[in-house]
Design a protein around this ligand. Structure first.
Ligand SMILES: Cc1cc2nc3c(=O)[nH]c(=O)nc-3n(C[C@H](O)[C@H](O)[C@H](O)COP(=O)(O)OP(=O)(O)OC[C@H]3O[C@@H](n4cnc5c(N)ncnc54)[C@H](O)[C@@H]3O)c2cc1C
Length: 578
């Protein structure tokens, strides 16, 4: 028997709860543990093997190279983010990234070395120095392996296959969470003095994405529901990506164009982007840099061709000599050529179909220098938190960001938990959430809406109207359609099966309200920002407006209403040019 036994199958209690076991979650759990708190790390997938971090391939940036300094990394990150980053956070990030990377190396990441020193490779566009640490092309996998070892050494408790479905509050403070055990259908209540959201990004809100399936973005909705502020929600980074089913999981299109670019050796070999008419179109969009333009420009070019009816679009390497392909992509274990060959894909014969997908969310839960959200007891770190990358993230900056702010969140959550009296969990909140989840399993109406179809409709809507190219009319249409889904279709969702275990329909039904909230946040912020900046491209406002828009958009739920306001960017060191 437990105190909520009417509803909950399990009731747990910890000082600090960490939701998410990607890089940010691991750092947070380690930070809380080393600060003397009891910690539970919860993931809806397999612990340390779910989420984006393990899939990250190329690069992890920190000022560790000759002639490099955290100040230079700070400036590059700020400029790359088009001056939208909170300068206090960016400074902490750039200063602490080197020590986090050295520690990760010690824990077993074993970054590539040359003569005993880190072997840094030229960094993606926007970095003024060579500062990319890497482990071949499987950097994320090596990092997660190191975290796994360190978590094991510390004997940190974990719960996996548990989908956190709501945050519980008392007197304006977050005091715990509810969750559904996806394996056995049990309802779980966990009490904690501090909770860290490290739930990652939201690529799965879009029909095309580089992100793995777990990145459904409910962390943003969880925070929004309890009144936390969110920042920069209009800034989503999109990438062109391969869409052919055999190779969709590989993220190879970006790698093929950009990794050789860093090595500078296959320029002018014949690599091109062609549309359905066979036209090599990229120079229409960037006459100077052509195929070697930035990732966001390629994405806009690809999407423009598709919108103009000249799709599908292909990345075509069929005229690149075989020996160049072998040299560039065949020599290092884990690079694309052998992987593509394994799937029966011959780059010298088959062009790769590409489209534009959601890649990285710069916006997120607004945090301060302690990784605290605006709601007491709630901390956030990693991709779910906003404020570091501003309007666009430089390649390689995410992996070091999640390490820096994950650790900060864990340490401060522990400190908070040690200085605060526990508050009780309100049974009524538990009941409401329990009933929300289990109502779907009680049969329901015979005819109704499929949660899976609604999720797919939302994903398509987001890609078409709130994607890489936006305009006022499309954004308003998206907002209206989201409202319609919420009011008309959502209440009619029924499941075709009542399975409690790994029921995809049930999971979509549970997540849909938060995905709709998130879609609305992105669309409304994008509509409000009447300019183009970084990853936010408004075809009806193509110019950057420094006079009016060196401001962040903040979103908060107030009395069931989504409120938006613009406030000045936090500037401590570098004044943006107006
Ligand atoms: C294909 C790809 C390549 C990339 N390459 C690079 C790169 O080379 N360099 C770079 O710097 N960045 C790269 N990035 C970006 C970077 O990997 C991510 O921004 C970063 O790893 C996010 O880490 P995180 O810990 O915040 O989230 P994740 O690693 O995504 O972890 C979040 C975890 O939270 C769990 N979770 C979510 N919601 C819930 C819930 N409701 N209940 C319980 N658990 C939940 C998920 O299951 C997941 O395990 C890449 C991203 C992708 C997708």
């Amino acid at each position: 028997m437990n105190e909520f036994s009417k509803y909950a199958d399990d009731v747990l209690e910890y000082d600090v709860l960490v939701i998410g076991s990607g890089g940010a979650g691991c750092e947070a759990a380690i930070g809380a543990d080393e600060s003397g708190a009891t910690v539970l790390m919860i993931d809806k997938g397999i612990n340390t093997r779910s989420g984006a971090t393990i899939t990250a391939g190329h690069t992890c940036c920190a000022a560790l190279g000759p002639g490099d300094t955290p100040d230079l990394h700070f400036e590059d990150t700020l400029r790359g983010g088009h001056y939208m980053g909170n300068q206090k956070l960016v400074e902490i990030y750039a200063n602490e990234a080197p020590q986090r990377m050295i520690e990760l190396d010690k824990w077993g990441t074993n970054f590539d070395k040359k003569n005993g020193d880190f072997y840094l490779i030229e960094s993606p566009g926007g970095h003024s120095k060579t500062r990319s640490l890497h482990v071949g092309f499987l950097t994320g996998r090596a990092i997660m392996g190191a975290y796994r070892k360190e978590l094991r050494r510390r004997k940190i408790d974990k719960a996996e296959n548990v989908l956190v479905s709501s945050l519980l509050t008392n007197n304006g403070r977050v005091v715990g969470v509810t969750g559904l055990n996806l394996h056995n259908g049990n309802f779980i209540v966990c009490r904690a003095k501090a909770t860290v959201l490290a739930t990652g990004g939201a690529g799965q809100l879009y029909a095309w994405t580089t992100n793995p399936l777990e990145c459904t973005g409910e962390g943003y909705g969880l925070a929004y529901e309890v009144g936390a502020e969110l920042v920069d929600m209009e800034f989503y980074q999109f990438l062109f990506m391969q869409v052919e089913s055999r190779i969709r999981h590989m993220n190879c299109a970006v790698g093929i164009v950009h990794v050789p670019r860093w090595r500078k050796s296959i320029r002018d070999t014949g690599i091109k982007l062609v549309n359905a008419l066979g036209e090599d179109f990229i120079e229409k969009y960037d006459a100077v840099r052509g195929i070697y333009t930035t990732r966001d420009r390629i994405s806009i070019a690809v999407q423009s061709e598709i919108i103009a009816g000249r799709g599908p679009v292909y990345l075509d390497l069929t005229s690149v000599p075989k020996e160049v392909l072998d040299k560039e992509f065949g020599d290092t274990a884990g690079t694309w050529l052998p992987e593509l060959e394994k799937e029966g894909y011959d780059l010298s014969k088959e062009p790769i179909e590409v489209a534009v997908g959601a890649h990285h969310f710069m916006g997120g839960i607004k945090i301060n220098e302690k990784a605290e959200s605006s709601v007491p007891g709630l901390f956030a770190a990693g991709e779910v938190a906003g404020g570091v990358h501003g309007a666009n993230r430089l390649g390689g900056n995410a992996l070091s960001d999640i390490a820096v702010f994950g650790r900060i969140a864990g340490i401060n959550a522990a400190t908070y938990s040690q200085s605060t009296e526990p508050l009780g969990i309100l049974e009524e909140q538990v009941r409401v959430e329990h009933d929300r989840l289990y109502k779907y399993l009680n049969g329901g109406a015979k005819d109704g809406e499929s949660s899976i179809k609604l999720r797919k409709r939302l994903q398509r809507l987001m890609l078409d109207k709130v994607g890489v190219i936006r305009n006022g009319e499309g954004l308003q249409e998206a907002i209206d359609e989201i409202a319609e889904i919420r009011v008309k279709q959502l209440p009619r969702v029924v499941l075709t099966n009542n399975a409690k275990s790994y029921n995809a329909e049930l999971i979509d039904a549970i997540l849909l309200p938060k995905m709709l909230d998130l879609g609305e946040m992105i669309a409304k912020a994008a509509l409000l920002r009447t300019e183009t900046r970084g990853a936010h491209y408004r075809s009806d406002h193509p110019a950057t407006d420094n006079k009016n828009w060196i401001r962040n958009i903040i979103i908060r739920k107030v009395e069931e209403e989504m409120r938006l306001r613009a406030e000045s960017v936090v500037i401590t060191k570098v004044k943006p040019e107006v």
